[in-house]
Design a protein around this ligand. Structure first.
Ligand code: ANZ
Length: 797
């Protein structure tokens, strides 16, 4: 053992010890708590891959570092185990999803052990277990009771291969499903929604949290707040009004036609006999396209005339009403006023269908430009708005609309309510039953968990698999009465993960979804996970936290104080994926080099938020580094006082490494440690104190070897019970200083000097500097002003 580092023995030994000892001590002080969380994983049957490692390894290093910095650490782990992949896996392998999920969890736990992370397995969460989903159902009922869950007939994205509804976020830009790859169709269905839109404004406020700017702006865009006006247009010869939403009410004088979305319910009333056939045909054609496809700006514009006309309220002009698929039903009011002089899409459309184009805005007040212009400027051809800026015209026209009762200020959000029902088996059953008249009722809490039935034909057949369960129908009738029917949809898995962080502190708590005492650990201090969750999971979790706060269960409104996204590890420049066939399995490397080396290598590859390109060769460098550390700690003990130079290097390293770890700059922390080891490479003996500082410093990065060396050093207990070393500021202070050289107060140069340099020598050195030298020619120095270690100023005549 002494000369050769055998990582296999060391790593198995410590993993076993950590597990049996129950590494996480009970939390004694909430004042000093640190709740470190990583996004929990999906037990999909695949092995733990580099992506998992890259999330969990460095995150554990950060957590261990926080613990050594004196925090009471809480780092739980669990499984997001409901959902489509498990169900699809089960279908193709002909096993029950519960069975495959459980065996996958077992495998994954074993693999997670190999990372050697400091998880509190006593508080594990498995979202597909009845003890957990009981409370997901409770959450649904709270939202329902508070009018934040409702049912609505809606056009939904239908995946014809997986035979299920998809959330908008699951439809890719090219209109295919992110799961099956099938072309997504539109289909009307009665669905359950959560009213996240009630929180749209509050979700735009990020003041309380420290999140990556990119994620904040992605959420802001996703919520998409647009301020404008709604305007009512009367339909000629029909007692109907068309309400449009516009962000440019200042262009009202330039409206030359209206466009309704093909699905707008008003369309049926507007079609005149001559146009019936082509309107119906057009409606059918657009039903197949997803909103994303329809909004694509590069797409050629299509549309048809309805035969009806509307009246512009501002000038009583008669304008035609069209339908076109570039207007979507789910945004604004599903109808627009078209201003082809100043809106690009309307412009293209008008040109194609020969509709009039009017110019009502010019870019500068003095310009004579009369061509289409897509921006803000000054109003023309607009009666009482002429010559005022479009920005002030917006206010003026809104006042006019409100005074004349034909419109008002209107704030629109791109954010839609969250569609939570799924026509699949492997999910949380929605705790709702229907009376014989078809009215929905909450299932009383005493019947929760409302268990997922077993006798189900779970292969998708277009309707929800739960409908085939006799047990579920019998159960419902027995409790509620004859003719009562259960809800057969299940909940989106994002519902399970929208609240799990609240239950972790006491995951076995049975009196409620979360232990009020455990809530003292919240909010999560640092959440680490992939940036692909920017708009779904991370927005849903914020919404649910705010809703639970408003129901009186929580005292905080943000779940994750600090958020960090790890980068991606690529292979030859592209993202690792099974379909590309470029995945790298960690197992081979762990087997050859060990878990510590693998973890440290991942961290060394590049900045944690950027990731890096996988290259097998580099890992040997880390392997050598660990071997050097091993030898270093086995060098004979030096009884003498350490050399000042050695101490200086040690303390500088402590300073930089702890700063780096605190900012998750793992790669630079590791290089500083390498420099330290190199500095000592020609030493034949080392003091115990230097060894002990080094072991503590490396411990969060390579935990197994550190524990072993800590034992070798003769210390008792775990190195993670120790405090992280602190640097001695005096030892870190630099010997040299950078001095600014001024002439009559003007900066003329800089010079690096030894702090011990005397004033006379400093003046001589400063005068020698090129630029200074030139400016002193033919001048008389009257005085030298010196601020020690900072600057020298020559006052000249
Ligand atoms: C007239 C107008 C004139 C417009 C102009 C723009 C420029 P954002 O900023 O994204 O919210 N719009 C409204 N509802 C729509 C729908 N259901 N489908 C497609 N387009 C819709 O965009 C708001 C603008 O998008 C609105 O302002 C409307 O066009 C269009 F010079 O109205 B505007």
């Amino acid at each position: 053992m002494e000369n050769n580092y055998s990582f296999k023995d060391v790593e198995t030994k410590w993993q076993k010890k950590w597990r049996t000892k129950g590494f996480n001590l009970p939390l004694t002080s909430y004042n000093n708590k640190y709740y470190a969380l990583t996004m929990f994983s999906y037990p999909s049957g695949d092995k733990l891959h580099i992506g998992h490692w890259y999330n969990y390894g460095p995150a554990d290093t950060y957590a261990r570092f926080k613990k050594m910095m004196g925090y009471s650490l809480f780092q739980p782990q669990g499984f997001d185990s409901f959902g489509l992949p498990a169900e699809n896996y089960a279908i193709s392998n002909n096993v029950h999803p519960a069975e495959s999920t459980n065996s996958n969890i077992k495998t994954m736990k074993r693999q997670l052990d190999s990372i050697g992370a400091m998880y509190d397995w006593d508080n594990e969460i498995i979202t597909s277990s009845p003890e957990y989903y009981k409370w997901t159902q409770w959450l649904f009922l709270q939202l329902y009771k508070n009018n934040l869950a409702y049912q609505k007939e809606a056009m939904v994205n239908w995946d014809p291969v997986d035979q299920t509804v998809l959330a908008n976020e699951q439809v890719l830009a090219d209109g295919t499903s992110d799961r099956s790859g099938a072309k997504v169709l539109q289909k009307p269905l009665k669905q359950w929604f959560f009213k996240i839109t009630n929180y749209a404004d509050e979700l735009l406020n990020f003041d309380q949290i420290d999140w990556p700017n990119k994620t904040v702006s992605m959420q802001k865009n996703w919520i998409g707040k647009s301020v404008g006006a709604s305007i009512d247009f009367n339909v000629e010869n029909l007692n109907e009004k068309i309400q449009v939403f516009t962000t440019r009410p200042d262009t009202l004088f330039g409206v030359t036609y209206l466009v309704l979305s093909p699905e707008n319910p008003l369309v049926d009333k507007l079609i005149t006999n001559n146009y019936k056939d082509c309107v119906l045909e057009y409606q059918l054609k657009s039903a197949d396209k997803s909103d994303q496809q329809r909004l694509d700006l590069t797409k050629e514009k299509t549309g048809v005339f309805t035969g009806s006309y509307a009246i512009n309220p501002i000038n009583n002009k008669k304008i035609p009403i069209w339908i076109a698929d570039y207007v979507i039903m789910s945004y604004g009011t599903g109808a627009i006023m078209a201003v082809p002089g100043h809106d690009e899409r309307d412009n293209e459309f008008a040109k194609k269908f020969n509709l009039p184009i009017m110019i009502v805005v010019r870019d500068r007040i003095d310009s004579n430009e009369k061509s289409p212009f897509f921006g803000h400027g000054y109003c023309i051809n607009s009666d009482f708005l002429n010559n005022i800026s479009t920005k002030s015209a917006i206010e003026k026209i809104i006042k006019w609309l409100e005074d004349n009762k034909v419109g008002e200020k209107y704030i629109n959000y791109r954010l839609r309510d969250w569609l939570v029902s799924r026509q699949r088996y492997w999910g949380t059953p929605i705790p709702i039953v229907y009376d014989p008249n078809g009215n929905p009722h909450s299932i009383p809490e005493k019947y929760l968990p409302w268990e997922l039935p077993d006798d189900v034909e779970y292969k998708p057949k277009g309707t929800s698999p739960l409908g085939s369960s006799k047990e579920l129908i019998n159960r419902t009738e027995k409790i509620f009465g004859k003719g009562w029917r259960p809800e057969i949809d299940t909940l989106d898995t994002f519902v399970c993960s929208s609240w799990y962080y609240l239950r972790y502190p006491n995951a076995k708590y049975s009196d409620g979804p979360f232990d009020p005492e455990g809530l003292k650990l919240l909010p999560v201090d640092c959440y680490i996970g992939g940036s692909e969750h920017a708009t779904m999971h991370l927005l849903y979790a914020r919404f649910i936290t705010k809703a639970l706060r408003d129901f009186g269960y929580l005292k905080f409104g943000e779940p994750f104080t600090k958020l960090y996204h790890q980068g991606t590890i690529t292979k030859d420049g592209s993202k690792m994926s099974k379909s590309r066939g470029n995945t790298v399995s960690p197992d081979k490397f762990i087997d050859k080099y060990g878990s510590d080396t693998f973890r440290a290598y991942l961290m060394f590859m590049g900045p944690f938020d950027e990731g890096g390109d996988w290259n097998d060769k580099g890992i040997t460098g880390i392997d050598r580094f660990l071997k050097k550390i091993w030898r270093f700690c086995h060098l004979p003990e030096n009884k003498y006082e350490s050399d000042k130079k050695d101490l200086r290097i040690l303390h500088k390293t402590i300073k930089y490494v702890s700063n780096d770890l605190n900012e998750m700059k793992f790669n630079t922390a590791i290089s500083k440690l390498m420099e330290l080891i190199n500095h000592f490479s020609n030493h034949h003996s080392i003091s115990k104190s230097i060894k002990s500082n080094l072991i503590k410093m490396i411990a969060p990065i390579v935990p197994h070897i550190a524990e072993e060396l800590w034992e070798v050093l003769g210390s008792s207990g775990s190195v993670f019970e120790e405090e992280y070393p602190k640097h001695d500021p005096q030892l870190v202070e630099e010997d040299t200083a950078r001095i600014a050289i001024q002439i009559n107060g003007k900066l003329r140069g800089n010079i690096e000097i030894l702090k011990s340099l005397g004033e006379k020598e400093l003046i001589i050195e400063a005068k020698k500097q090129n630029n200074v030298n030139i400016h002193l020619i033919d001048k008389t120095i009257i005085k030298e002003i010196i601020v020690p270690n900072r600057l020298i100023n020559f006052v000249v005549k």
